[in-house]
Design a protein around this ligand. Sequence first.
Ligand SMILES: Cc1cc2nc3c(=O)[nH]c(=O)nc-3n(C[C@H](O)[C@H](O)[C@H](O)COP(=O)(O)OP(=O)(O)OC[C@H]3O[C@@H](n4cnc5c(N)ncnc54)[C@H](O)[C@@H]3O)c2cc1C
Length: 319
Amino acid sequence: MSDNMEKIKCLIIGSGPAGYTAAIYAARADMKPILYTGMEPGGQLTTTTEVDNFPGYPEGIDGPTMMVQLQQQAERFGTEVRIGMATAVQFSKEQGGWHKVTIDGVTEVHAQTVIISTGATAKWLGLPSEQKLRGGGVSACAVCDGFFYKNQDVAIVGAGDTAAEEATYLSNICKSVTMLVRKDAMRASKAMQHRVNNTANLKVYYNTEVDEVIGDTVVEGLRMVNNETNEKMEIPITGLFIAIGHKPNTDIFSGQLDMDETGYLTTHGKTTHTNLPGIFACGDVQDKDYRQAITAAGTGCMAALDAERYLATLEVAMA
Ligand SMILES: Cc1cc2nc3c(=O)[nH]c(=O)nc-3n(C[C@H](O)[C@H](O)[C@H](O)COP(=O)(O)OP(=O)(O)OC[C@H]3O[C@@H](n4cnc5c(N)ncnc54)[C@H](O)[C@@H]3O)c2cc1C
């Protein structure tokens, strides 16, 4: 075995709620997991100041603190947490085969089971004012942050089913919702469009984009621009939700694991099994519908249990 290669029972890729929960369960089952954090140790929640909906924190908790606690809990049972990116994979198609994962282009890890929890990345408009006010009223998650804008005026950008669903979700909490659609029609299903058009406090502007998010440290307003007439209009808002989609972090698995048309990993039925034996997926990387910390953690638990059962079947076969 070369110095740069090691053989382990369980490799976890990603350090969000899914990865750390998988690590807690895998470590307690004596699978001696090694977890690589990737470029964002702690995952998406490290970019938010308030998590109010994760059970067990009656006063809420800030995202970075919660993720440090999850890491500590995983380490308490013996998970080895390492900084590093999985840069290439060569998965075996055989039951009981060794899966090769290259870390940072140099280290090779051979694992009997691999738990993939690499998450998904929200897409942003890319405007400087939007980036400046992320966490100060600009959010990519209405279900996570909508509650903070109760009875306030907010806006949402997007035209698909998720944007339409989040817009109607916000309309139940907020005083008013302004929806900006870049083209002259929504992409959302007819049923969702019908819901949007029949919501009294939800107003849609078509052919309209964000020109600037107004505010120094918190959102105070929005300047919109009609992309046909160039006409600009300012409205006072306190929250802006960007709902233009997510990109699952699955590029390195392409060609080896089954994915849907947008790159989310496909899992079988109610399990975390992928199309290959010994490879499991959990969290946002395989979930485009719920995308919450608690659902990521739940599937992280499932992935560790699925991996443990898989290892047990190998032991039985070898006995
Ligand atoms: C601003 C914001 C606020 C949110 N607020 C809430 C909230 O209040 N409540 C809630 O329930 N949810 C909230 N969410 C959603 C929640 O953060 C996600 O649903 C959850 O983090 C998904 O967990 P995950 O473990 O699947 O992936 P992520 O948290 O996305 O973590 C993915 C991990 O994979 C790693 N990774 C990626 N590629 C590689 C690679 N090649 N090699 C190694 N590692 C890799 C990354 O470094 C990261 O550690 C929020 C999201 C955002 C963006």
